[in-house]
Design a protein around this ligand. Structure first.
Ligand code: URA
Length: 214
């Protein structure tokens, strides 16, 4: 398939490279590079997160793996039949996604979990390639506003086309039978503050099941 991920030594974002070099010194056993998407390109569902966490995906080289957000996301995906195996916070834990692929708007860990607009823009080429390389793609689940914004931009759509709203489903004009669904990010902050509950996230996954059967 015509899909070119960023190389491990990707040096397109100076600030992220500088941060990576520091992390390489501090955590030499971590992955410290653009995090590889998880799941098959043949999947019908693409989940787009924000960016890897320093001690999570940036360590394990699997999105959301060893990140708090993954502790919420992965067991719920399994509960609804979108994964098998036991999620154990490691890339080699045998946990497998079913009909789902997971990636991030920005593939390298940013300082304080906040990519700049420029970094989002630079990394977007990989999100575009990824979306284009998924022939069966039917549903994009955006986790949080930054993911939502970047997905619209990757699809060449204006922000005015769709406002971020938890639980909202948008039919996308770019491809036939392609849907965008928004959810608050499964971050520790959102869970601890009650912005997102496990039940609310399960409702999102149920909506995805319904859309798949449409
Ligand atoms: N949060 C994200 O948005 N993505 C990850 O890969 C990990 C945490």
């Amino acid at each position: 398939m015509n899909f070119v991920p960023p190389i491990k030594e990707c040096n397109l974002c100076p600030r992220l490279c500088e941060f990576r070099a520091k992390n390489q010194q501090k955590y030499p056993h971590y992955h410290n590079g653009p995090v590889t998407p998880f799941g098959e390109l043949s999947a019908e569902i693409l989940i787009v997160g924000l960016a890897p966490g320093l001690n999570g995906a940036n360590q394990t080289n699997r999105p959301f793996t060893n990140d708090y957000a993954g502790d919420v996301l992965y067991p719920i995906l399994k509960k609804y039949g979108f994964a098998k195996g036991e999620y154990q916070k490691r890339k080699d834990d045998g946990y497998e996604l079913i009909n789902v692929r997971i990636t991030n708007a920005v593939r390298c860990v940013p300082p304080e979990n906040k990519p700049t607009t420029e970094e989002e823009k630079t990394c977007r080429q990989f999100l575009i390639k990824e979306i284009n390389a998924m022939p069966n793609l039917k549903i994009i689940l955006s986790l949080g506003t930054i993911s939502h914004k970047n997905v619209l931009q990757a699809l060449g759509l204006k922000q005015s086309f769709a406002k971020f709203k938890h639980g909202e489903i948008y039919q996308l004009p770019t491809r036939q039978n392609l849907w965008l669904i928004d959810s608050y990010h499964t971050s520790r902050y959102n869970i601890n503050t009650g912005v997102l509950t496990y039940e609310m996230f399960e409702e999102i996954i149920k909506k995805i099941q319904e859309l798949l059967n449409k």
